[in-house]
Design a binder for this molecule. Sequence first.
Ligand code: TPP
Ligand code: MG
Length: 363
Amino acid sequence: MRNFASHAEKIFFPEALGQAYHLRVKVNLCQDMQRSPEDYVRAMYRAMVQARLLENKLSSLYKAGKIVGGVYLGKGQEAVSSALGAALIPGQDIFAPLIRDQAGRTAFGEPFIDCARAYLGSVLGPMRGRDGNIHRGRPQEGMLAMISHLGSAVAVVAGCLLAKRLQGKLPGAVGATCVGDGATSTGAFHEGLNMAAVEKLPLVVIVANNQFAYSTPNNRQFACEDLVDRAKGYGVTGDSVDGTDFLACAEVIGGAVERARSGGGPQLVVAKLLRLTGHGEHDDGSYVPDTIKAGAYGRDCIEVAERQLLDAGIFSLEEISTIREIAVVEVQAAVAQAQQEPVPDPFQEDWRAFNTDFSQPYH
Ligand SMILES: Cc1ncc(C[n+]2csc(CCOP(=O)(O)OP(=O)(O)O)c2C)c(N)n1
Ligand SMILES: [Mg+2]
């Protein structure tokens, strides 16, 4: 395993975070390529809180029978997801979020209304009310509509990067996805990562190893000791991180994006964590043993983030409260707006399977 810290490009947070966190990644992380490391973790935290509050609202709506179809949440996985979303550049990079990536979507810039409209079936939503779920995207900005087939995002993002290379748009851009441990057992995962390795594409694959694929535990999914060991076989850079450790996620995932962006080729990061919820809101997750829930990965990454940010002096308690208060209002406003919008009229149906007309914005 490569020691990331020994490949330092620039030391982040020289004093602010003390000895525990020498964040050593290049400064040109994030949207305007000027963002400081402090701003990067601030953006991550905001997105985590916003996503958590939005998802809590979705859960309530589901339990109240106001949402038709499945509701899938990223509770417990926000540090990993936001570290990826906040490191990507809309309009330049490719981002393929999965079901547990509300925090990454928010960090990438997706407004709450997209989510509210999709789940509540608004005809003004990204799927025009035909799919009350998570298959939405913002392709104009580089965020692909979510693909349900596990592993496919890896191959599709690799293909997008190849296309960008052929168009002469590749230098400086990256493509990234965050998949589950279950996705790593698919052919598409292998094909995508292998092709990216051979072509030296700037592909970043984050595996959010929450130790279960639905109810199937890791030891029934793969026989290698650690998923990150596969990086060697593919010939790509591999890193591990504790997915509940906010600042470690910023360092390792932000660093992987930066390495890919600056020509380091494909990056595989395996983040170990636990989803603090069922597979979907229809599932109580009772198959996860209590010992695992009470273990190191059962902690809440948002609580960890708050402690770390306060300790480092990056946020004050007042600032944290303000972020939460604003997010509550914004979530309520988005949901209220989507709830008063019309749902599709089946007698005025104009649905087409392959709508490639992106010239008209849907909002
Ligand atoms: C190729 C494929 N096989 C099966 C499924 C059904 N399915 C949907 S989610 C899921 C479990 C996913 O587990 P994991 O990849 O670990 O992600 P997690 O839900 O734990 O975040 C399964 C089996 C699917 N969507 N695609
Ligand atoms: Mg899983």
